[in-house]
Design a protein around this ligand. Sequence first.
Ligand SMILES: Cc1cc2nc3c(=O)[nH]c(=O)nc-3n(C[C@H](O)[C@H](O)[C@H](O)COP(=O)(O)OP(=O)(O)OC[C@H]3O[C@@H](n4cnc5c(N)ncnc54)[C@H](O)[C@@H]3O)c2cc1C
Length: 375
Amino acid sequence: MHSIWEQRSFGAPVHLAVVGAGLVGLWAAVHARRRWPHRRVLVVERGPHPAGASVRNAGFACFGSPSELLADLAAEGEQAALTRVAERWQGLLELRRELGDAVIGFEATGGHEVYAADDPLYTRVAEGFDRLNRLLAPITGPAPFRWLADGADRFGLAPGTRVARTDLEGPVDSGRLMVALLHLARQHGVEFRWDLPVERLEPGPAGVDLVPARGPALHARQVLVATNGYARQLLPLADVVPARGQVLLTTPVPGLRLRGTFHAHEGYYYFRDLDRAVLLGGARHLDKAGETTWADGTSPLLQAALEDFLQRHILPGRHVPIAHRWSGIMGFRGQGKTPLVQCMAPGVVAAVGLSGMGVAIGIRVARQAVELMEE
Ligand SMILES: Cc1cc2nc3c(=O)[nH]c(=O)nc-3n(C[C@H](O)[C@H](O)[C@H](O)COP(=O)(O)OP(=O)(O)OC[C@H]3O[C@@H](n4cnc5c(N)ncnc54)[C@H](O)[C@@H]3O)c2cc1C
């Protein structure tokens, strides 16, 4: 027995339901309300707040380390690799412009790639360094990367470590970023349903039913699936596999000299400073099969590898207690690194498989997906 007021307001048809309140889902909802300011846009999230990679990552605002970009150039050719760098670079600029550096805790302390004294990667990167700078110049401005002669000493890294630096990257506070984005979405009139896992989607002639694990189905004219690493749970045909990333955070380190974001070992390790402590993640390459999982949690093997890396390369000769450990689920494509942005069924568009780049490209991937939606 709903009143006419309930029917007209809270019962009005939902034009777009977005599944997943991560970076992509929230940006999609904001873009959608800008496109349709008078239509209802509802975000449905299974957690009590955003609960995916967007709040579990390491907080890097980065467009790619030299070794990663050189590997992409070799694997995909100049056009494809440079198009993606441009997307990442433009995405970061848009993100910072929309939310504000101070609000998201962006620190212009630089991005770095480090190479241990005996690291063969150094030779490969050194050979391609000038070419990379030349190719990136039209995107980021001249010579984005340079060598830091005093890098090991400046950051207190193991002696002999070589350091490449860009001034254009830096850390963000992923928690503050997501709070700010939620605020923006609310300002745009986006509606939310929290604690509601969607179990399946049932497209029909008049729209799509979102069937939750419990309670009645929701109905929307169209649905945008932004569940990234969990994509296959709703879209079994999506070519996206989960990839767990593990992280640890030390207790504060007296006299810590580390500043900025750092990549090592072809991006398999990444670390930064956070409140005078070291945040370190990665080592997934040591057990790729085991880390292809939707399960939260950490493993003794990877955590031991992270601690070993910490002691050998970042804090040589020091034993610093670990204060915190966690994991987050990324979504990787089966082939290549391009996110899956595609209509998967009538009224259902996917924007998933951000391949570990969602901080940078999330805002643009979301826009691309909303542009695919019907009027
Ligand atoms: C350890 C780690 C390090 C990273 N480092 C970087 C980096 O350096 N640079 C970078 O750009 N990116 C990095 N990333 C990746 C980046 O965080 C992601 O690409 C980005 O957050 C993806 O955003 P998303 O919105 O697509 O997915 P998510 O943030 O995962 O959001 C998906 C949401 O969907 C919800 N959900 C899932 N299934 C359902 C369902 N059935 N019903 C309702 N809700 C559902 C989840 O709870 C979640 O909130 C890293 C990620 C991790 C884990």
